[in-house]
Design a protein around this ligand. Structure first.
Ligand code: FAD
Length: 345
């Protein structure tokens, strides 16, 4: 285990902010991970866990110890009549893993192709896209529990139920800095059917019936590449805001005022009909698409994505985000929630 000092994080955060970690370590095995955690505790330092850096907003240099998880490995564990179990270590690249499952004739994750980042981070916000959330196919998650370090159960397994997956949420966001995910186990149904529940994907295949999993994978990659900026070209963290969920009464009231409102019914939760409003539409309608504030701005093709045009900082993005939040609240009475996780918290 080698600690590096004042380590540059520019290439390890997808916004491309020029920030540093006071102390930084890359870990490739669980023994090194434990040693790194122990080092931070012995020196009374906060710990920051970093995967691919594609869902974080680093707003100042990171004090304490930044642990870059690079645990690698993936394998098929077993097959029952109904499911295939697959293990993947936290440091594996998510998109490459999805491609590997298809190459090994294990379809099911193709709707989540091209999401940047690592497999270990996938359960953190229950990544989702094109009609699928990763929590649907997660069987369990191996973690190091920082609150039980002195006990035997420090390394343990959380079941899918324990993970408490909901829209862009999980136990890992509820208890930030408690668990370090080291491995994820997937249980993928053996009987495969193309998931075309997302309208854009359904339209794509309107005249191409019965697509294979590879076709869906290619379609998702094509649509995403058209709509989202490549972080290597234009710094960003994907969607900057969640789609706000509102009650039926609020939805109907807004619909009356804004007949073009884009929203999706979410079914009944706790006895209440809920609707998800398209945050991108709300922001776009307020004229923000392509808006620039100094070195940062709103992506010209998708209003939900905030970008660093070069030389911007986390504080610049926060200023822009606040401007947007205030406007959305004033016009629609709706509060937007930020998706990328603040580092430091
Ligand atoms: C262009 C673009 C498109 C995107 N599209 C989508 C999308 O369609 N759907 C979607 O859901 N997300 C999307 N995202 C967001 C992002 O890709 C995902 O949230 C991804 O899972 C983040 O992975 P990461 O390894 O980069 O995590 P990081 O950004 O490194 O970390 C994110 C958070 O997870 C924590 N963390 C990371 N690894 C671990 C671990 N092993 N154990 C414990 N905590 C950990 C970090 O401390 C941090 O709090 C997009 C991002 C970009 C840039």
């Amino acid at each position: 285990m080698q600690i590096l000092f004042n380590f540059p994080l520019k290439s390890l955060n997808s916004f491309g902010f020029d920030v540093k970690a006071k102390e930084f370590v890359s870990v490739t095995n669980t023994q090194d991970l434990l040693e790194a955690v122990q080092y931070a505790i012995d020196h009374d330092m906060p710990i920051h866990v970093l995967g691919g850096g594609s869902n974080i907003l680093i707003h100042e240099d990171l004090l304490g110890l930044t642990i870059h998880l690079q645990l690698l490995g993936k394998s098929m564990v077993s097959q029952s009549a109904t499911h295939t179990l697959i293990d993947v270590c936290a440091g594996e690249n998510w998109h490459d893993f999805v491609a590997w499952t298809l190459d090994n004739d294990l379809p099911g994750l193709e709707n989540l192709a091209l999401i940047p980042g690592t497999c270990g981070a996938a359960p953190i916000q229950n990544i989702g896209a094109y009609g699928l959330e990763v929590g649907n196919w997660i069987d369990s998650v191996e973690v190091l529990d920082l609150e039980q370090l002195d006990q035997e159960q420090a390394w343990h397994t959380l079941s899918r139920q324990d993970c408490d997956f909901t829209y862009r949420n999980s136990i890992f966001k509820k208890y930030p800095n408690r668990y370090i995910v080291t491995q994820v186990r997937f249980a993928i149904p053996r009987q495969w059917r193309a998931n075309l529940s997302y309208a854009e994907l359904a339209n794509y295949f309107l005249h191409r019936p019965q697509p294979s999993a590879h076709d869906v994978f290619a379609a998702v990659c094509e649509i995403r590449s058209r709509k989202l900026p490549d972080p290597l070209v234009l710094g960003n963290a994907g969607s900057f805001f969640h789609n706000p969920q509102v009650s039926e009464a609020t939805y109907l009231q807004l619909l009356e005022q804004f007949p073009q409102l884009v929203a999706y019914p979410q079914g009944i939760v706790d006895g209440q009909k809920l609707f998800k409003l398209a945050a991108g539409w709300l922001i776009d309608q307020c004229g923000f698409k392509g808006f620039r504030l100094g070195n940062v701005g709103v992506y010209e093709k998708q209003a939900l994505v905030l970008v660093n045009h070069g030389g911007g900082s986390g504080k610049d993005i926060l200023r822009l985000a606040n401007l947007i939040k205030e406007k959305i609240h004033a016009v629609y009475g709706v509060d937007l929630t930020q998706e990328p996780i603040m580092l430091p918290p």
